[in-house]
Design a protein around this ligand. Sequence first.
Ligand SMILES: Cc1ncc(Cn2nnc(CCOP(=O)(O)OP(=O)(O)O)c2C)c(N)n1
Ligand SMILES: [Mg+2]
Length: 561
Amino acid sequence: QKFTVGDYLAERLAQIGIRHHFVVPGDYNLILLDKLQSHPDLTEIGCANELNCSMAAEGYARANGVSACVVTFSVGAISAFNGTGSAYAENLPLILISGSPNTNDAGQFHILHHTLGTLDYTYQIEMAKKITCCAVAVNRPEEAPRLIDRALRAALLSRKPAYIEIPTNLAGAPCVRPGPVCAITEPVHSDKAALSAAADCAAEYLSGKQKPVILVGPKLRRAGAEKELLQLAEAMGCAVAVQPAAKGMFPEDHPQFIGVFWGQVSTLASDAIINWADAIICAGTMFTDYSTVGWTAMPDIPLMIAEADHVTFPGAHFSRVRLSEFLAHLASEVTPNDATMVEYARLRPDPSRVHTAAAGDDLTRKELMRQVQGLLDENTTLMVETGDSWFNGMQLQLPRGAQFEIEMQWGHIGWSIPAAFGYALGAPGRKVVVMVGDGSFQVTAQEVSQMVRYKVPVTILLVNNRGYTIEVQIHDGTYNRIKNWDYAALVRAFNGDDGQAQGLTANTGGELVKALKLAGENQEGPTLVECAIHQDDCSKELITWGHYVAKANARPPVKAA
Ligand SMILES: Cc1ncc(Cn2nnc(CCOP(=O)(O)OP(=O)(O)O)c2C)c(N)n1
Ligand SMILES: [Mg+2]
């Protein structure tokens, strides 16, 4: 049994920790799929289309750390570019693998199916270069080890997606076996001198400051630095806020947690403390139009910003300083200062008395969220979709161990369904709950059928407010109306003759209680609960945020000088 290029790739994927690879077959990748499938540690997961395949891989990477999506040339890969873009924006090492034309075709001037109908097949890798940290095409079997290793190492080091193109007649070509896997997995450590210089600079930045606070951003988890952040927070004793896309990256039951800082739509009293602070330690932060509420909540004091591999201060920059090592170093040196916690204690809001609606009342967003809060425990992962689900999710208090997943940077509606499917396969045993709007659900609904096929027990809370409400709050128009579906019947239709999915509707609080109980009991497949709420029943935060994002979008062009 000769060892081939496909076997080399399979062995490397397994060595870096992948146990499931997401695929849609096509004649350019069939031999490669055979090789991957024959690896004892890899399980092939079929998806309904390549957009969903790439989003399932994006979700798998959130749970597993790294993922692989295997598609056919051009018609497959170009759809998969969307989930690859998400992985880039969300800092996830998704390996996009595409079959490609037989190596003889270019030289024989063949026009091929699935291509643009020209003689130039390089357009795909040229596009892939723009949305990955490394894109390689294996055109000769001898090149396979070097190119595959280069792409995988680049993805693992930078937490960005990589692209590997394998011609249909090379997947089965003879190839040498891989060398030690540490050659591609060995991390890069901080430069010692830069690390201590950065620590000295941090001490200087903090000295003389009365009210320092920590702000956690979404890159913290991707840099593997959550533990060290906690060490630093406890060494300082200061208040800790998180950006919306970093919710769940600092424990919310921790006494120093002061809420989600999101400008005027912040939770608890985090915006008051961030605005009161005279020093902000930013760890893995991303200040974007969405996270600063249309630039109305951009901190305006000099910041210390610790990124995955460098640290900046007002007037200083230190390269090759790894975030986790920097935070740990700081924790061992920093002077305690709990002024921001003392102040927070003075102004923290009393926990709001949550109103329980009568069982027979029409279901409202508030009652829905009261019941979702009750679902959260140390074993739950809540995935919130673009839409009012972002804002409703932000208000939830996460018990210790509960996880929260959001795709706020790429913000592709429909991400949550395939991503939850992929995440659930990467985190067996966790209870995965999705909160998704009706508009988003319509984009990628087919992947519920894969949850049925692989018996993945995801609970899908479909918040049906009859349309694209988040868009309505930014700027309304007829385009924000959609055709209503019978969502529960659709999910039951995915069962075919042997599925265990349940499709339920909840029009009142009482019906929701019953539906959630049934969902918790269904371990043999997905349970979708259509939660029907009024079209205008949206969060006050969405209305405020939508107003300022629309204003930011409408800024007039700056007149040329
Ligand atoms: C792929 C993609 N296409 C279009 C958009 C713009 N967009 N953002 N949110 C929406 C509507 C979301 O509506 P729903 O899922 O019903 O959420 P709600 O806001 O809760 O009604 C759109 C159409 C987007 N974010 N992603
Ligand atoms: Mg909606």
